[in-house]
Design a protein around this ligand. Structure first.
Ligand code: NAD
Length: 482
């Protein structure tokens, strides 16, 4: 237990020990490396009390001051890029280089973006001719915001909620995933160093059915922003039903790539390899169904599988590893289960079953090769369900109409990629796809000013500089008769 990292809740600016802990595993070795508080309703109640008290002052702190503290936090986090990236990788299984290139810089960017955009947030006004009245709006923070986030992009997604929440003047009770709590706990130290007043952000660690539910059911938390699985969100909505809470839900995806005959393969292949397999395929935006127009299909498949086979899977500390380990033993078994279903259904496993040549210390880790499945039927569970791992299916199509119908024929609607050099096709298909984001001839290019979110079972609401502010603030209209 001596080398074991033991983390504590962060309530009212202090680190508070808890009685019981849960194990957090290093996915690359399969061994326990940290102990996480197993928080319950009592811990959440304490955090809510602290957040309610802090709200009185923080909500009336001038926006320039809130922004100044947040910018300081972003700067401090940036100086600790290496250590945050190492711990994110240790906790989540992703390669260190990826956490260093994407996760931590994006967390810094989230904090900076909302610290800056809040300074330019404007109110609406109107003059009503004929009735001699004018209207204007006033915005208020809502109160104590409950934030619940998943394990795949731990600090990245937590800060995408935390930054707009506190920029708008709310205070926060946040619960990161029990599988990846360490970098949030590290960030708490930075909050104190940068002068964030006690109680503005409270972090309570633990499992969803205990600590998470207690957030959702707390009567003094009027808004909950959740990113996670669709099944969890359905439970969460049921728990929140007796209350009038604002809910923002960012959920699962089953994202198609639609690749037409005229696609630029030199750009499409590397991007589609990345969109299918980066972060071990554990990004809600990863591509998991690839539809390729019939003429291009053989050429695409040959080049796509050739590039996929080159991806090195291994120790996340090694810069040569493009994929690290999946989050848990159970998740690895679930993802591999889909490959077994494919085999039973008579589909072809084009690649993914080759040996991995792992180092001894990684033999018990949760690794899996990127896997391509072909000859799979449209009704298969591999086409309908979110796998959330390094498995993608490739299918041919003939017409635009057909591919739109097949791409839309799932319960999810998060994002899609479209590959064509024909502008009319691109605009028509983008309009017809039932998703929150279409990336045309690219993937994961993000402008935080643009709305982000899902249709259908992929979510309710949008996040982004304007959209998050709508969620984290109340608007009041004042109508003045002249
Ligand atoms: P999950 O739903 O299991 O857990 C998400 C969070 O909810 C965790 O903090 C968990 O502890 C908590 N939780 C679990 N049960 C709860 C309950 N009953 N009440 C309150 N909180 C509860 O999801 P996960 O496995 O951590 O993450 C993977 C899922 O997240 C995938 O479906 C993925 O697509 C989705 N995701 C979506 C986005 C997006 O922006 N749309 C981004 C990342 C991940």
């Amino acid at each position: 237990m001596s080398d074991m990292l033991v983390i504590e809740n962060f309530i009212n600016g202090e680190f508070v020990p808890t009685k019981s802990h849960i194990d957090s595993f290093d996915p690359s070795t399969g061994s326990v490396w940290a102990k996480i508080p197993d928080s319950d309703e009592t811990d959440i109640n304490k955090a809510v009390d602290a957040a309610k008290k802090a709200f009185q002052k923080w909500s009336s702190t001038p926006v320039q001051e809130r922004s100044r503290i947040m910018l300081k936090i972003a700067d401090r986090l940036e100086t600790q890029l290496q250590s945050f990236a190492e711990q994110e990788s240790h906790d989540q299984g992703k390669p260190i280089w990826l956490a260093k290139a994407v996760d931590i810089p994006r967390a810094v960017h989230n904090i900076r973006t909302f610290a800056t955009s809040i300074l330019h947030d404007t109110n609406k006004s109107s003059v009503m001719d004929g009735v001699d009245a004018f209207n204007y709006t006033i915005k208020h923070p809502v109160g104590v915001a409950g934030l619940i986030s998943p394990w795949n992009l731990p600090l990245y997604l937590l800060t995408f909620k935390l930054a707009p929440a506190i920029a708008a003047g709310n205070t926060v009770v946040a619960k990161p995933s029990e599988m990846t709590s360490v970098t949030a706990w590290m960030l708490a130290k930075i909050f104190n160093e940068c002068g964030l007043p006690p109680g503005v952000v409270n972090l309570v660690f633990g499992v969803g059915p205990k600590a998470g539910e207690a957030i959702v059911k707390h009567p003094d938390i009027p808004l909950v922003s959740f990113t996670g699985g669709t099944a969890t969100a359905k439970r969460l909505r049921a728990s929140a039903a007796p209350f009038c809470k604002k809910l923002s839900l960012e959920l699962g995806g089953k994202n198609p790539a639609v690749i037409f005959n005229d696609a630029d393969l030199d750009k499409c292949i590397p991007t589609t390899v990345r969109s299918s397999f980066i972060n071990q395929g554990e990004i809600c935006l990863c591509t998991s169904r690839i539809y390729v127009q019939r003429e291009l299909y053989p050429r695409f498949l040959e080049r796509f599988s050739e590039e996929t086979r080159k991806l090195v899977v291994g120790d996340p500390k090694d810069d040569k590893s493009i994929l690290g380990a999946l989050i848990s033993k159970e998740h690895l078994a679930k993802v591999k289960g889909y490959v077994e279903v494919a085999e039973k259904e008579g589909a072809t496993i084009l690649c993914g079953k080759e040996d991995m040549n792992l180092h001894n210390k990684n033999k018990q880790g949760y690794f899996m090769r990127p896997t391509i499945v072909t000859d799979v039927s449209d009704d298969s569970r591999l086409i309908k369900e979110e796998i959330f791992g390094p498995v993608t299916c490739v299918m041919p199509f003939d017409t635009e109409e057909e591919v739109i119908r097949r791409a839309n024929d799932v319960q999810y609607g998060l994002c899609a990629t479209v590959w064509t050099t024909n502008a009319s096709v691109l605009h028509r298909v983008s309009r017809a796809l039932q998703v929150g984001t279409v990336w045309a001839n690219c993937w994961l290019v993000r402008d935080l000013n643009m709305p982000f979110g899902g249709m259908k079972d992929s979510g309710i609401g949008r996040e982004g500089t304007t959209d998050s502010m709508e969620f984290f603030m109340e608007q009041k209209t004042v109508c003045v008769k002249l």
